[in-house]
Design a binder for this molecule. Structure first.
Ligand code: F6P
Length: 544
């Protein structure tokens, strides 16, 4: 297998990008009346239309060949069978085992992990029923009415996004909140108005060593004791923990029976299927949580069984590679035309950028091609009145994924009609533009801007599960073709180390830091400790 950038198919794609550089997507439709049918796919409750990409038939073939020439089939088999493909951490990557609905064993170091996976699901089920049925009570005997998940990154974004997406599946008498930022006001805002005696905290952290989560959990404990005369013993009735680090959870004061485990072969950003999904089960019930897993399992089956040319994750990945590596797009916009999916761009930012934001390949060499794009986005139709101006008339080439669900909430059906028609219009306008009929240069939209449209039959747990698994596998396919490790995140460590350093040294006059950092440390230190005599106010003009 030749490295990306050097393979025959890669070189051919470079030539095709050059020879097709003046193509207009709209002309492909005039040339082929069956283009929409040929370049769309239906998998379960998901429909993908990728026909509005700047992809001519020879390019499509060359992209499929690129996937074939890559190590994709082998790496996919390795991932599903538990090989340690996360080579820098020497770990398997088995988030798919968490939603394996077959009797197929999945081995890690010769041990079938499925019994443990099923046991953890049983524990989630039992606990979810206890809380939702009112058997689990606070230390004063009150039913739990408020769930507060304390976690960050993969221990927040996934469950948070899914809980927002499945709002219609939640009960009015049990609300779920998410606290992640180390900024204490996030916790304060969430706790405002909550009854401590009816509040259950879920401390979600794979490592149980993340500063933000530990600080927020400590403060939450203090809030509970201060506002409900709760003794240390009784605190255990209001705190459970989800972690791979049980010892640290016990040390924090979590009761053994209140610890929910998962395993190091689950990446944080791939962990919502594990006990990290406990807030989801508590919010929507265990049956709906199971449906979420079922939907992801369906997408896993499709990903493993479908030929590349009809494989939704592979196609989505190849559209992204064509747009970024051959047409020069730096970013990927994610625009959910569904308010319930407003957290999806943030979730996909971590999934995609923490996975493929890498510049060293599997052999430790610096890559010579672009890797993960900058993923960004916001809900439609809001985005239309914010940044779509740039998407239509800017100088940057921004591929867009439009995502919507077809089934309307009958109470607001008219709104839903407007939502979907706006989305269709935006995708069409990006492709067709209007320079022909618009002679006012400043008012014309050049068009020829690509987009994918993903339609869900309805925003059900099953379809949401399939949607997330689709993007997980898209990211995996791109990582394989770029020959990088999508499952580590060493780049996040430096900032954490420096933060510890700076908090230790902020009062000392050490010159371990550059002048700017030292200067700012001084200002922050004086700002935090006015007793040091200087008001800490910024001295205007002194810096320049
Ligand atoms: O700093 C990044 C990261 O390690 C993510 O990969 C992870 O999802 C997040 O921090 C939270 O980590 P933990 O679940 O261990 O608290």
């Amino acid at each position: 297998m030749s490295a990306p950038g050097t393979s025959e198919s890669w070189r051919l794609l470079d030539q095709l990008a050059d020879s097709h550089r003046h193509d207009r997507i709209a002309d492909y439709f005039s040339a082929d009346s069956k283009r929409f049918e040929a370049m769309s796919l239906k998998v379960g409750g998901l429909f993908l239309d990728y026909s509005k990409n700047r992809v001519a038939p020879p390019v499509m073939q060359a992209l499929i060949d690129l996937a074939r020439d890559s190590d994709l089939e082998h790496r996919r088999e390795q991932m599903f069978s538990g090989a340690a493909i996360n080579i820098t951490e020497d770990r398997p990557v088995l988030h798919t085992a968490l939603r394996n609905r077959s009797q197929r064993p999945v081995e890690v170091e010769g041990q079938n992990v499925m019994p443990a996976v099923r046991a953890s699901l049983d524990k989630i089920k039992t606990f979810t029923h206890q809380v939702r049925d009112g058997q689990w009570r606070g230390h004063t005997g009150k039913r739990i009415r408020h769930i507060v998940n304390i976690g960050i990154g993969g221990s927040d974004l996934g469950p948070n996004m899914v809980c927002r997406a499945l709002l219609d599946y939640q009960r009015a008498d049990l609300d779920v909140h998410f606290v992640s930022n180390v900024d204490g006001r996030h916790l304060k805002k969430v706790l405002r108005g909550l009854d401590p005696e009816a509040t259950l905290f879920v401390v979600s952290t794979k490592t149980f060593s993340t500063q933000e989560t530990l600080l927020n959990a400590q403060s939450a404990k203090r809030w509970l004791c201060k506002n409900s005369q709760c003794s240390d013993q009784e605190v255990g009735q209001h705190f459970v923990a989800v972690s791979t680090n049980k010892e640290a959870a016990l040390e924090f004061g979590i009761r053994e029976e209140n610890t929910f485990e998962f395993w190091d072969w689950v990446g944080g950003r791939y962990s919502l299927w594990s006990s990290i999904g406990l807030p989801i089960a508590l919010a929507v019930g265990f049956d709906a949580f199971s449906e979420l897993l079922e939907g992801a399992y369906d997408m896993d089956r499709h990903f493993v069984e479908a030929p590349f040319e009809a494989n939704m994750p592979v196609i989505l990945a190849l559209m992204g590679i064509w747009n970024s590596n051959f047409l020069g797009a730096e970013t990927q916009a994610i625009i959910p035309y569904d308010q319930a999916l407003h957290q999806l761009p943030a979730f996909l930012q971590q999934l995609d950028m923490e996975s493929n934001g890498k510049s060293v390949d599997l052999n430790g060499n610096t890559v010579e091609h672009a890797t993960g794009p900058i993923v960004w986005g916001q809900t439609g139709s809001n985005g239309q009145h914010a940044f779509f101006q740039l998407l239509h008339q800017g100088t940057r080439f921004v591929p867009v994924d439009f995502i919507a669900s077809l089934k309307a909430d009958e109470e607001v059906a008219e709104h839903h009609f407007a939502l979907l028609t706006n989305m269709l219009a935006q995708a069409s306008a990006l492709m067709n533009g209007d320079t022909q009929e618009n002679h006012l240069s400043y008012a014309g939209c050049p068009g020829n801007r690509p987009s994918n449209v993903l339609l869900l039959d309805e925003l059900s747990p099953r379809n949401v599960g399939a949607l997330i698994a689709l993007y997980e596998h898209k990211v995996f396919v791109q990582g394989v073709i770029w020959n990088i490790n999508s499952f580590d995140q060493w780049g996040v460590q430096l900032g954490k180390r420096l933060a510890n350093d700076i908090s230790r040294n902020i009062q000392s006059n050490t010159d371990n830091y550059d002048a700017s950092t030292r200067g700012l440390m001084g200002i922050v230190n004086r700002g935090l400790r006015p007793e040091t005599g200087d008001s800490g106010d910024l001295k205007v003009g002194s810096g320049t």
